[in-house]
Design a protein around this ligand. Sequence first.
Ligand code: MN
Length: 235
Amino acid sequence: MTDIIAAPAQPRVPVRGGGTFPVRRIFCVGRNFADHAREMGAAAPASRAERGTPVFFHKPADAIVTGNADVPYPPGTQDLHHEVELVAALGADAPPGPLAREQAQALVIAYGVGLDLTRRDLQGQAKAKGLPWDTGKGFDHSAPISELVPATQVPALEGLSLTLEVNGQVRQHGPLRDLIWDVPDILQELSLLYALKAGDLVFMGTPAGVAALVPGDRFVARLDGVIELHGAITG
Ligand code: MN
């Protein structure tokens, strides 16, 4: 059978050393750093044993912005926020059923750094009404992402940190050892809810310091010493 429209372009992320990563789905984790959970007015778990279940949401695959390209200020908001995040890229389909920790880690083919851009006013209105976050989170150009770096070239994540600078000032900084759920933890939790597959990206949640971006702002997001993402807000 012939397609009745032209096939939509497949979103792809460049990979360091060559090649590209075709994106299937974007999973995102909310409240994965205790200091950010507290700044958003949510309770932070006192220990791993009390951490409960992570908050998940999605962005569309074509929300990615690659190549350090400019990011247009989105419509429908007066309060666009930055959230710098580690991104894990899955290189294989998960076997059926819940993942063991080692199986989960083995799915990760590469890492990047990204921004979970958020229309905070729309998210806040949705939270207040007990409604979904989709319009606050899953909009066009809401997922700027760096090149992906093969996992074999990334040092142990526990020793790395995330940093976001806006116009040369540090806005966010947090060590990955402070993640409430680390990468295999999150993939294990996702495997209880979804069939994970090659091409999936997971935005791992942000440390404290989220704040507004306005047209003209320039940002640099870093997985310190490993990966950088640059960009500017236009509009
Ligand atoms: Mn986030």
